[in-house]
Ligand binder design. Structure first.
Ligand SMILES: Cc1cc2nc3c(=O)[nH]c(=O)nc-3n(C[C@H](O)[C@H](O)[C@H](O)COP(=O)(O)OP(=O)(O)OC[C@H]3O[C@@H](n4cnc5c(N)ncnc54)[C@H](O)[C@@H]3O)c2cc1C
Length: 387
C-alpha cells in the first residue's frame, strides 16, 4: 500500500497506523454515515481518548504518549478517512486547544486542563475567530481587563468548533489595547461553565455535519489569573505557534477525506461500462485517476515533511502552510473528480463521496484560507532570499 511506504514512515509509525485503522474500522466506520446527522456522541471522543489517540503528541506527564506530531497526522488521516467532522472535533480538542496548553501551560494547568482532554473525559476548543475578525487575527475585538486576581473577558467568538460541546476554551483576547496586538494579546483557559459564557447558536453547515461549530458570547466572564497561558502579552506568539501544528494536522485530515472517494472512483471506473468499454479506458476518466494518485502521494510527503520538522523543534511556517494549502486544494479536486467519475451515483447519498466533498470544501477556509496561506508562503520565500 502506497501510504505504508517504508521510504517515508518508520516501522513503528506503520505499525501504529495499522492499529489506528483497526480501531477506526471497528468503532467509527460502521457509524460514519449516521454520524453525519450529528452531533457526534461524546462517548466516541471518550473511546478515542481511552485508545490513546487524543495525546500521541502530548507529554507522558499529562497522560500522552509523547510520540510526536507525525503520529497525530496518522490519527488525523485515519479518522478523517471515516468521518471528517468527527476528526475536526477530536482535533479541535487534542491539537487546537491541546497544543497551546501543552507548550505554554504550567505543570498544574496541564494536570487540570490537559490531562482530562487527553483521556477523552473533557472536550476543548480554541477561540480565535470573531464576527468582525477572521483572517486578520491581530484585529480581534475580545478584551480582557485585570481586576485583582482575576481577568474579566468580554467579546464574541464565531465559528468555534466544539463551541457548544466544550468544557474549556483556549481563548485569545486583547489585554493591552495601547500596544501592537502582537504584544498586547493574551491567551486564557476559560471554563465554559463560567457565568457569562453562552452559546448564541450552532451554525448550520454545508459539511462537517457530525461536528458542532458555534457562535459564542463571553459576557464579563471572570477568569482567575492562574488560567493565563504563558504570560500576559504572549498571546499572539502562542497563536502563531499553534497554527503551524494545526495546519500540519489539517493537511493530514485532507488526505483522509480524499482516500475513500479515490478508492471508490478507481473501483467504479474498472467496473462501469459505457460504449462497450470499461470507463477507465477513456482518458477523460483514467487521467483523473492519475492526478488523484499524484496529489495523494505529494500531499503525504509534504505533510510528513512539516510534521518531522515540527517534531525536531524546527520552525516550519512555510512547510506547514504549503502542506495545508496543497492537500486541502487537492482534497477538493479529488473528491470532486471522484464524484464526476461516479456520474449520477456520485451525486446520491448511496455513496459517501458527496459527504467527503462537502467536508473537504471547508478546509481551504478554516485554519487559514488558501489566500492567506499563499500570502504566508511568498512572505517566507522573500525572507529566504533576504528581499
Ligand atoms: C466550520 C468552521 C470551523 C471553524 N473552526 C474554528 C475554530 O475552532 N476556532 C476559530 O477560532 N475559528 C474557526 N473557524 C474560523 C476560520 O478559521 C475562519 O473562517 C477563517 O480564518 C477565515 O476567516 P473569515 O471566515 O472571517 O473570512 P475573512 O477573513 O473575512 O475572509 C473572507 C475572504 O477574503 C479573503 N481575504 C481576507 N484577507 C485577505 C488578504 N489579506 N489577502 C487575500 N485575501 C484575503 C479570504 O481568503 C476569504 O476568501 C472555523 C470556520 C468554519 C467555517
Amino acid at each position: 500500500m502506497d501510504y505504508l511506504s517504508t521510504v517515508f514512515w518508520t516501522q513503528d509509525e506503520i505499525r501504529f497506523r495499522e492499529e489506528v485503522r483497526a480501531f477506526c474500522e471497528k468503532e467509527i466506520a460502521p457509524v460514519s454515515d449516521k454520524l453525519d446527522k450529528g452531533p457526534y456522541p461524546r462517548d466516541l471522543i471518550t473511546k478515542i481518548g481511552k485508545a490513546g489517540y487524543m495525546g500521541v503528541h502530548h507529554e507522558k506527564a499529562a497522560g500522552g504518549s509523547a510520540r510526536g506530531l507525525s503520529y497525530e497526522t496518522i490519527v488525523a488521516e485515519e479518522i478523517s478517512r471515516c468521518n471528517g467532522g468527527l476528526d475536526m472535533a477530536r482535533m479541535a480538542s487534542a491539537t487546537l486547544y491541546g497544543m497551546p496548553v501543552s507548550k505554554f501551560g504550567t505543570v498544574e494547568q496541564k494536570k487540570r486542563y490537559l490531562a482530562p482532554i487527553i483521556r477523552g473525559d473533557k472536550i476543548g476548543c480554541i477561540g480565535i475567530t470573531e464576527p468582525d475578525v477572521g483572517s486578520d487575527t491581530a484585529g480581534m475585538k475580545t478584551r480582557a481587563e485585570r481586576d485583582g486576581n482575576e481577568w474579566v473577558v468580554t467579546g464574541e467568538k464565531r465559528f468555534i468548533t466544539n463551541g457548544s460541546q466544550a468544557d474549556y476554551m483556549c481563548c485569545f483576547a486583547i489585554t493591552d489595547p495601547k500596544v501592537d496586538p502582537k504584544n498586547g494579546m493574551t491567551a486564557f483557559i476559560v471554563d465554559t461553565k463560567s457565568k457569562g459564557f453562552s452559546v448564541l447558536k450552532d451554525h448550520d453547515l454545508l459539511g462537517m455535519k457530525s461536528s458542532r461549530v458555534s457562535w459564542l458570547k463571553i459576557d464579563h466572564v471572570r477568569v482567575p489569573s492562574d488560567m493565563v497561558l504563558g504570560s500576559p502579552g504572549q498571546g499572539f506568539r502562542i497563536l502563531m505557534d499553534e497554527l503551524d501544528s494545526e495546519r500540519t494536522a489539517i493537511a493530514a485530515e485532507a488526505i483522509g477525506y480524499a482516500r475513500i472517494p479515490y478508492e471508490t472512483a478507481v473501483k467504479h471506473s474498472n467496473e462501469r461500462q459505457q460504449f462497450g468499454k470499461r470507463i477507465r479506458e477513456f482518458e477523460g476518466v483514467s487521467f483523473k485517476i492519475a492526478d488523484m494518485a499524484m496529489k495523494l502521494e505529494a500531499g503525504r510527503a509534504l505533510t510528513l515533511t512539516a510534521a518531522r520538522m515540527l517534531d525536531k523543534g524546527l520552525k516550519a511556517t512555510k512547510q506547514a502552510s504549503i502542506a495545508k494549502l496543497y492537500t486541502t486544494e487537492a482534497a477538493v479536486q479529488i473528491t470532486n473528480d471522484a464524484l464526476q467519475i461516479l456520474g449520477g451515483l456520485g451525486y446520491t447519498t448511496d455513496y459517501p463521496v458527496e459527504r467527503f466533498l462537502r467536508d473537504a470544501r471547508l478546509m481551504t477556509i478554516g485554519g487559514g484560507t488558501a489566500e492567506i496561506l499563499r500570502f504566508l508562503i511568498q512572505r517566507e520565500v522573500f525572507k529566504e532570499f533576504e528581499l
